[in-house]
Design a protein around this ligand. Structure first.
Ligand code: CA
Length: 239
């Protein structure tokens, strides 16, 4: 559940979106003009995500976003831009928006993009690699501070991408992480459906952490869902 601020002057759009986000379990508040939104954020309110319309009475979404980023506000911002105004998209990204959706938008797509931004945000909050220290995966230890896998007498250095991928899987604590989300978090761009990159890394990591890479018990690929890291398959799940 996240606290989401919607800044949108068109009531039917704001309410429709609010309804759907509340149904998903989020706490949502709507502000209908730029100045009110600005007061809220300048007053210290920090929602988990802001949906920001560009065309607003008072201050525009572009002005707001620029101002907030200049103040050091790091909240993810998704902009709503008008169709036919391509400049808005570019400007929005230039002033620090994280993503944009063009109006009239497809609701499913907008909701998916919001979830994706919130997932990324969760990861930023979770442990950075160094603080993970040493994580035991079956018979080997991953030393995140040194960037190495230790297995018996063997010591293998991990590349930074291998480390990042492992870190995200460890941070998920046994939950399945979608391939698209991993692509964005580790490589920094959406996969667009092409996730072979991840598969190659998975094969490499399995050679390091699995007792038998052909029959993985730790680094599991869940068909149609994503990847899951089980550091201790002997232990019953959920404990
Ligand atoms: Ca508007």
């Amino acid at each position: 559940m996240a606290r989401i601020l919607i800044v949108e002057d068109e009531a039917h759009i704001a309410q429709g979106l609010r309804y759907n986000l509340v149904t998903e379990g989020h706490e949502v508040f709507v502000v209908v003009d730029g100045e009110a939104a600005d007061q809220l954020i300048r007053g210290g309110d920090r929602p988990d995500l802001i949906v920001l319309d560009v065309m607003l009475p008072g201050l525009s979404g572009i002005d707001l976003c620029r101002g907030w980023r200049a103040m050091g506000v790091r909240t993810p911002i998704l902009m709503l831009t008008a169709r036919g105004f391509d400049r808005e998209k570019v400007l929005g990204l230039q002033v620090g928006a994280d993503d944009y959706v063009t109006k009239p938008f497809n609701l499913e797509e907008l909701l998916a993009r919001i979830s994706s931004l919130l997932r990324r945000q969760d990861w930023h909050r979770e442990a950075p690699a160094e603080s993970l220290g040493i994580v035991r995966i079956g018979q080997c230890d991953v030393d995140f501070a040194r960037g190495e896998v230790l297995r018996g007498d063997e010591q293998v250095r991990l590349t930074s991408l291998e480390l990042r991928l492992l870190r995200h899987l460890v941070a998920a604590k046994g939950r399945i992480v979608g391939r698209d989300a991993l692509m964005e978090a580790v490589w920094g761009f959406p996969s667009g459906g092409a996730t072979r990159t991840i598969d190659n890394f998975v094969l490499r990591l399995r050679r390091l952490v699995e007792p038998d890479p052909a029959r993985p018990v730790h680094l599991l690929s869940i068909r149609g869902q994503g990847l899951r890291l089980d550091v201790d398959p002997e232990r019953p799940r959920g404990r």
